[in-house]
Unconditional design. Structure first.
Lengths: 99, 289
């Protein structure tokens, strides 16, 4: 994880069908992980989307971030890619940590 | 050698198209990180293509990724994409053997233990690349084909790009000849008007008659037309069967040359006939012998 001082707001994805727009905002030390989800398929897949986001955040050992997810029916692999991009752009993870 | 009648471009930052790329029946899909992706979205597309390679089922389609040139984002593309096990990297704007050598070194560095070696296709789309086509084609190891990119090439020449393609006749011939001399495939430039089916048919036919083994495609609608040109017709298959039958009969009688409908059948004719029958069998078309 990068220094908290270098962290910023990172956004990735679009609002087109099959995509997802994810915004990552660094939080205060100790604020934990917060996820706000809006999805056209929230009723059916809301839990699965939340789990994917939590899995990636866990794999990347992220702390203290606020994540906004606006889903337009994205597959799991798209959610992972967009979240990783947003985390990188936010400076929450470094390039070498992401495959 | 892999069948590459059609190689379909899919924009690398479009999740909907990436996840459906395998349903169109193209021989290869090209997940594009270069021209289809804006500079500020290169990082996002790279991650999206990496994820797609690991999870999306592209069926029987060969998985190709067009990386960016090494002087822009190419090295980063290779580092992230190669471990995700693409079959081939399409290398743009190749202008010399050293370009292929540099990519080869980076690919070797990025491959994981036990991974199937990633092959390379060189996209020749500059005057220099076309001029050095044979030298490039002789790159040892991973290079499996040369492809022509006529839009950039003609723009660089200052030539007018026409549907008839007379301005790219020389480039086409040089690419085909260079690839054939080096024993690798040659692949034709895409036809960029997705709404002109007749134009696509004629352009594909021109390329096939010159010697190309396949064609790049920019729209799924183009696949059937291109396959229709490259697939052997029943009449051609029948001719190939007759040739093979005639030469076998001649060989059994102690001669290496046969005659069919008054025309001589010798080794090059037999080689062409055998290629047609091999292709037909591979495509599941009806072959008697």
């Amino acid at each position: 994880m990068s220094e908290a001082g270098k962290r910023t707001v990172g956004q990735a994805g679009t609002l087109e069908s099959n995509d997802v727009m994810i915004t990552v905002s660094p939080g205060e030390e100790g604020s934990g992980i917060s996820i706000e989800l809006t999805s056209i398929v929230k009723e059916q897949y809301g839990d699965a989307i939340q789990k994917t986001v939590q899995d990636v955040v866990g794999e990347e050992k992220c702390r203290d971030i606020y994540i906004t997810v606006v889903d337009r029916g994205a597959l799991d692999c798209t959610i992972r890619a967009r979240l990783l991009t947003a985390l990188l752009r936010a400076g929450v993870v470094q390039k070498k940590e992401v495959i | 050698m892999n069948l590459r009648r059609t190689m379909l471009f899919i924009p690398g930052n479009n999740p909907g198209m990436l996840q459906n790329g395998g349903v169109f029946g193209a021989d290869s899909v090209i997940l594009d990180l270069e021209d289809a992706v804006a500079p500020q979205e290169k990082d996002a597309a790279r991650l999206l293509v990496a994820q797609a390679l690991q999870t999306v089922d592209y069926g029987t389609s060969e998985r190709v990724v067009r990386i960016n040139p090494l002087d822009t984002f190419g090295a980063e593309d290779i580092q992230m994409i190669v471990p995700c096990q693409p079959d081939v990297l399409l290398v743009p704007k190749v202008e010399g053997v050293q370009d292929i050598e540099k990519v080869t070194a980076l690919v070797a560095q990025a491959e994981t233990a036990g991974q199937k070696p990633v092959q390379l296709i060189a996209l020749l789309e500059t005057a220099k690349g076309i001029a050095l086509a044979y030298e490039i084609a002789q790159s040892k190891g991973r290079l499996t084909a040369l492809a022509l990119g006529a839009e950039d090439y003609t723009a660089g020449l200052g030539a007018t790009r026409t549907k008839e393609g007379k301005e790219i006749f020389t480039a086409r011939s040089l690419v085909i000849n260079a690839a054939a001399a080096a024993g690798i495939q040659s692949l034709d430039t895409p036809f960029t008007d997705a709404n002109d089916e007749a134009g696509l048919y004629q352009d594909t036919l021109t390329g096939k008659e010159l010697g190309f083994k396949g064609k790049l495609a920019i729209n799924p609608r183009q696949i059937d037309v291109i396959h229709g040109v490259f697939n052997p017709t029943p009449a051609v298959i029948e001719w190939a069967e007759e040739v093979v039958h005639a030469i076998r009969k001649a060989e059994s009688e102690g001669s290496g040359v046969a005659s069919l409908h008054g025309k001589m059948v010798d080794a090059p004719i037999v080689a062409r006939a055998e290629y047609i029958l091999k292709l037909a069998r591979r495509l599941g078309l009806e072959v008697m012998q």
